[in-house]
Design a protein around this ligand. Sequence first.
Ligand SMILES: NC(=O)c1ccc[n+]([C@@H]2O[C@H](COP(=O)([O-])OP(=O)(O)OC[C@H]3O[C@@H](n4cnc5c(N)ncnc54)[C@H](OP(=O)(O)O)[C@@H]3O)[C@@H](O)[C@H]2O)c1
Length: 245
Amino acid sequence: MTKTALVTGASRGIGNAIAHRLAAAGYRLTVSARTEPGLLTAAEELRAQHGVDVHPVVANLAEPEAVQRLAAEHSARYERLDLLVPCGGVGTAGPIAEVPLKHYDLTLNVNLRSVFLLVQATLPLLRKTSAASPENGAKIVALSSITGVAAEPGMSAYGASKAALISLCETITLDEHARGVTATAISPGYVDTDMASYAHDQVDSASMIRTGDIAEMVLAVSRLSANATVPNIVITRPGTAIWRP
Ligand SMILES: NC(=O)c1ccc[n+]([C@@H]2O[C@H](COP(=O)([O-])OP(=O)(O)OC[C@H]3O[C@@H](n4cnc5c(N)ncnc54)[C@H](OP(=O)(O)O)[C@@H]3O)[C@@H](O)[C@H]2O)c1
């Protein structure tokens, strides 16, 4: 049975690279993002380049109903879910004294609450998939950040959302491993995408981590047996400050 994956944030950046890597490995995909034209273009490119079935679902991760609909659309289209990749996220910054509540709410709702809800909504299918393929199990690989491992100034809401995501992945594995479902956080430094463009005055894009580097890690985790799990993968740029982005 051909494996399936659900990737959020798949229209651009890291999520798009992950979707391409998985499609090249033969996965059938549900891909999601907030903006329809970008998502439909991405889905068409995935089909054209890899010849796999791709189901695009527009969903604003800030809205719980949209997250539920996303999970339901995947279940209706495919009979299994081998790999859930919550990647869609927002970056917000500013001194803690000045962060507006609406920025805090958006950051936590998109980067953390949506993952919590998406995991809850997809767990029945993840468990069913694991029962059918006990050697591999079913896996969740969520995009955290190195800022969730070592805090950065001006990143209070973003860093908190990503630190909580690392903890959430650990708890998912503790709660669900007996049913073959495990979770891994990936915590990169600067990756060369739109989100990291704000840092170009400090780090040029040529020296940033490649989106393909993250995609390789996701594929590697997906290939582990159900007997092995990796709680958190920190990916940093070689240099003099190993825990900085
Ligand atoms: N780039 C980095 O340096 C870096 C480092 C560490 C961790 N990360 C994390 O990696 C993940 C991907 O980042 P990226 O750099 O690839 O970002 P990106 O290039 O800005 O792409 C963000 C993706 O998330 C989607 N998205 C944003 N807000 C959304 C919402 N409310 N609802 C649904 N989809 C939404 C976007 O969809 P639309 O196209 O529709 O807007 C897009 O597909 C994020 O979780 C980010 O925090 C990034």
